[in-house]
Write a protein that binds this ligand. Structure first.
Ligand code: PNS
Length: 158
C-alpha cells in the first residue's frame, strides 16, 4: 500500500531547509502532500496565492509531491488526504518544545495519524522563513538559502 504524509507549514516563503525536509520525507513515504496553511493570525508577508505558487514551482518536476492550501485543522487535512503521517522537520533542540506540543495535540485529535520528524541538513539548521524575510527586506543576499522560484517574490517583481 502507498504511504503518504502531509507536510504542513506557512512557507512564508519556502526555504531550502523546507525543500530538504520534503526530499527526506520522499525517502520514507511514497507521496508527500505539502499543506500551505492560510494562517491569517501569523499575518504572512506573502499572500496564500503567492506562497502556493512558490511551493508549486519548486516541486513542479517531482510527481510524488502535491501542493494544497488548507485553513482548518491539520489532522483534518491529513484525513482528507488519506495520509498516514504528518511530516515535520527539526533544526535544533529549540524547535522541540513546540513540535512536541503540536504532535501530542494532533495525536489527541486523531490517534491514527503519526507525526514523523526528520532532521534538516546541517547547512540549513540556521535557516528560517523569518530570517529570510528580515535579511531580504534589509537588502541582504539570501539567494543561496531559498529555491529559485522565491527570488522574484523577494525582489518584489512578482
Ligand atoms: O511553518 P509553521 O508556521 O511552523 O507551520 C505551522 C502549522 C501550519 C503546522 C500550524 O500552524 C498548524 O498545524 N495549523 C493548522 C491548525 C491546527 O491544526 N492547529 C492545531 C495544531 S496542535
Amino acid at each position: 500500500m502507498k504511504q503518504s504524509a502531509v507536510y504542513p507549514g506557512t512557507f512564508d516563503p519556502i526555504t531550502l531547509g523546507h525543500v530538504d525536509v520534503v526530499n527526506r520525507g520522499l525517502k520514507l513515504f511514497d507521496h508527500v502532500v505539502i499543506g500551505v496553511a492560510e494562517n491569517p493570525n501569523k499575518e504572512p508577508m506573502f499572500d496564500l496565492e503567492a506562497r502556493l505558487r512558490m511551493v508549486s514551482q519548486t516541486f513542479q518536476d517531482e510527481s510524488r509531491v502535491e501542493v494544497v492550501a488548507f485553513s482548518g485543522l491539520l489532522v483534518e487535512l491529513a484525513q482528507t488526504q488519506k495520509a498516514e503521517a504528518i511530516l515535520r522537520g527539526l533544526r535544533a533542540a529549540s524547535d522541540f518544545e513546540y513540535e512536541f506540543q503540536m504532535a501530542t495535540m494532533n495525536r489527541r485529535l486523531d490517534e491514527k495519524i503519526e507525526t514523523a520528524f526528520v532532521m534538516a541538513r546541517e547547512d540549513y539548521t540556521f535557516v528560517s522563513s523569518r530570517f529570510i524575510r528580515e535579511i531580504s527586506s534589509m537588502g541582504g543576499d539570501v539567494s543561496a538559502l531559498v529555491p529559485e522560484s522565491v527570488i522574484p517574490y523577494l525582489e518584489g517583481s512578482k
